[in-house]
Design a protein. Structure first.
Ligand code: G3P
Ligand code: CA
Length: 295
């Protein structure tokens, strides 16, 4: 299957590469984003936190994870909060290998991978779009944990910094702000209404997400689509394990797209496509692109 065939076949369906393509390359690295673009994803999914000196960087946790972070060739022993490191110091760590690579057997192990900045990734996507005549999007998660607020910088400042970079790089039409913390989505819409937002939903976080946004599900007839439309959301992204046709109906009736995460199993991908989802977030965009292209 050629890349151009894959691209045209998935035009209406949003193939999102989770953390770039976590199943194939070290997550949230330039190597993962470059490979995801090469495979032909429609959207790159990534996670953001902010350093001590205010640089928005790409990392899944608020801290450097000992399971995939090395310094001078040795895995670090303890979690190190990113908000306590300057960008320069953060770049001394290598995030290209796993301490237990057997957990991700198809993931290429690399040396010399640094935590990228958001700006760096947007430049990469921009160059790709320019040179290929494409409009690959970026789905940017705001990592902020209401029960551990001191792990990260102030939420409003975080969202503000991300939006500032999006505007500077001309990405407002090609970006989505996503979060489990729905307050981040409200803040984003207040600061920059033109940037679309996506509400993440997990089995265990739904109550907390609703609470962070100051909402009450019962005020919306227990219709989650209606509730999210009220805060200007464009997308609902539930954990795939929650997905039933009720979710699709609720989202579509309120004019929202529904794009579940993180789906790696082919049968599950098929089930969700049959339910009518608008896209899927996957660690293996190669599998999803092939599936969608052959349907
Ligand atoms: O975008 C959905 C997904 O990335 C949310 O979960 O923990 O992988 O960031 P997580
Ligand atoms: Ca994420």
């Amino acid at each position: 299957l050629s890349i151009s065939t894959a691209l045209s076949a998935t035009a209406e369906f949003d193939v999102q590469g989770h953390r770039g393509c976590r199943g194939l390359m070290p997550e949230n690295t330039i190597a993962a984003f470059t490979h995801a673009l090469k495979l032909g994803v429609d959207t790159i999914e990534l996670d953001t936190v902010v350093t001590k000196d205010g640089v928005v960087v790409i990392n899944h946790e608020a801290y450097l994870n000992p399971q995939r972070t090395r310094k001078d060739g040795q895995f670090i022993r303890e979690k190190i909060l990113i908000k306590d490191l300057t960008y320069e110091v953060l770049r001394e760590f290598d995030i290209g290998r796993l301490s237990e690579p057997e957990d991700w057997p198809e993931q290429t192990q690399l040396d010399g991978q640094r935590v990228p900045s958001l700006e760096e990734v947007l430049s990469l996507v921009d160059e790709y779009n320019d040179s290929h005549g494409e409009s690959v999007r970026v789905n940017i998660e705001i990592k902020h944990f209401p029960d551990r607020p001191s792990d990260t910088i102030d939420l409003k400042e975080h969202v503000h910094k991300v939006l500032e970079i999006l505007l500077e790089k001309g990405f407002e039409e090609l970006a989505t702000i996503q979060s489990f913390n729905w307050e981040a989505l409200k803040i984003s819409k207040e600061l920059e209404p033109s940037v679309q937002t996506a509400a993440l939903v997990s089995k265990t976080n739904l109550d907390k997400s609703i609470w962070t946004a100051g909402l009450r599900l019962r005020n919306f007839g227990f219709d989650i689509g209606r509730m999210l439309a009220s805060i200007g959301c464009s997308v609902i992204s539930p954990s795939y394990s929650l997905m039933t046709d009720g979710w699709v109906e609720s989202a579509h009736q309120s004019g929202l797209k529904i794009i579940p995460w993180t789906v790696n199993d082919l049968q599950e991908m098929e089930r969700l496509i049959d339910l009518g989802v608008d896209g899927i977030i996957t660690d293996y965009p190669d599998r999803l692109i092939e599936l969608v292209s052959n349907r």
